[in-house]
Design a binder for this molecule. Structure first.
Ligand SMILES: Nc1ncnc2c1ncn2[C@@H]1O[C@H](COP(=O)(O)OP(=O)(O)OP(=O)(O)O)[C@@H](O)[C@H]1O
Ligand SMILES: O=P(O)(O)OC[C@H]1O[C@H](OP(=O)(O)OP(=O)(O)O)[C@H](O)[C@@H]1O
Ligand SMILES: [Mg+2]
Length: 299
């Protein structure tokens, strides 16, 4: 019998999101021994269980309260919500955060030889997709009357196989469209991974744990985007050099052994230091310029 005080999180077992999900849980301090074949992993340092499932099942597990949290692509979430709404099933989730991985877009595409096409071309056509609900909603909003053909994968084969006139599929680099002689058209959904919660979760212990994890998630995001900058600067040119440094924070100024003309500047910047800025800093007399990643930070 599972302990109802343990926070249950659903993540993708294997596929494009699984490594990023495992890395994120580790960054949040969740200690898991994810032996490959195990479909449920128990954290050793906090009351968390991780269910490793197909990404398509994650929204339903969270909506039905089997899991408290889930990490899933917005494309899968939106499609699942539309499917469940059509069956009058509960489709409510709370989207706690958009995550910085799993970026892709759901786009229309058609055989390259047709060249650029207006949306009106799709009237009366057949469009193959893994996301029929999202596509139907889009076509309805655009006033286009076209039919959808469901394919669970390798959607790009549909036009050549005579299954459909066009497709609506996920695109990241565009390589698969290119390889299949397809031209990308309108993007109907931008998507990336997101953290979702069952809105009916009312366990105080779980909420307290989640209230600990969410600031860590924010701190991990902030640290990823921030850099630690160190450099040596002539005292005489300090103001000009500080004006060139990114971000609004004031740098820490440290004296350097053996000289009164130079100081060391240290600062956390919310953005990286571009080559052009580094070259401008050198022109102002800066030297030993170091830009380093930050593992963790908390304001
Ligand atoms: N180029 C891409 N193609 C497909 N999904 C992508 C791409 N880039 C990012 N993603 C995101 O990764 C998610 C998982 O993609 P993946 O191909 O692993 O799913 P899957 O094959 O359905 O896996 P599963 O076996 O878990 O059902 C997608 O739903 C999407 O949110
Ligand atoms: O724009 P790209 O970088 O080429 O990525 C897009 C392709 O990736 C996904 O397929 P995947 O490789 O996940 O296989 P699947 O179609 O079986 O899901 C998606 O279905 C596209 O086919
Ligand atoms: Mg899937």
């Amino acid at each position: 019998m599972s302990d109802n005080n343990r926070l249950r999180i659903a993540i993708q077992k294997s596929g494009r999101l699984s490594k990023d999900c495992q890395d994120l849980l580790k960054q949040l301090g969740v200690k898991l021994n994810l032996r490959e074949q195990r479909l449920i992993a128990h954290a050793t340092n906090m009351p968390i269980d991780v269910l490793r499932v197909r990404d398509d099942d994650i929204p339903g597990l969270v909506m039905d309260g089997v899991c408290d949290l889930g990490i899933v692509g917005e494309n899968v979430l939106v499609e699942s919500q539309a499917e469940r709404a059509a069956q009058s099933l509960n489709a409510e989730v709370t989207k706690l955060a958009k995550l910085d991985f799993g970026y892709c877009r759901l786009a229309l595409a058609w055989p390259q030889e047709l060249g650029q096409l207006p949306l009106s071309w799709f009237e009366g056509k057949k469009i193959a997709t893994t996301y029929p609900e999202i596509l139907k909603q889009y076509l309805k909003n655009q006033g286009i009357n076209a039919s959808t053909v469901l394919l669970s994968g390798s959607v790009e084969v549909a036009p050549r196989a005579g299954l459909a006139d066009a497709i609506c599929d996920l695109v990241s680099t565009g390589a698969t469209l290119e390889a299949n002689g397809l031209l990308q058209g309108e993007t109907i959904l931008e998507s990336n991974a997101c953290l979702i919660q069952n809105p009916s979760m009312d366990n105080q212990q779980k909420q307290a744990l989640l209230d600990t994890l969410l600031p860590r998630l924010k701190a991990v995001r902030q640290a990823k985007e921030s850099k630690y900058i160190m450099l040596h600067a002539p005292k005489a040119g300090l103001d000009e050099i500080c004006e060139l440094l990114p971000g609004t924070g004031k740098p820490t100024v440290l004296s350097l052994a053996g000289t009164d003309d130079l100081v060391a500047l240290h600062m956390v910047s919310s953005e990286t230091l571009f080559w052009e800025t580094m070259e401008a800093l050198k022109e102002k007399g800066a030297s030993s310029i170091l830009v380093m990643p930050i593992e963790k930070m908390m304001e």
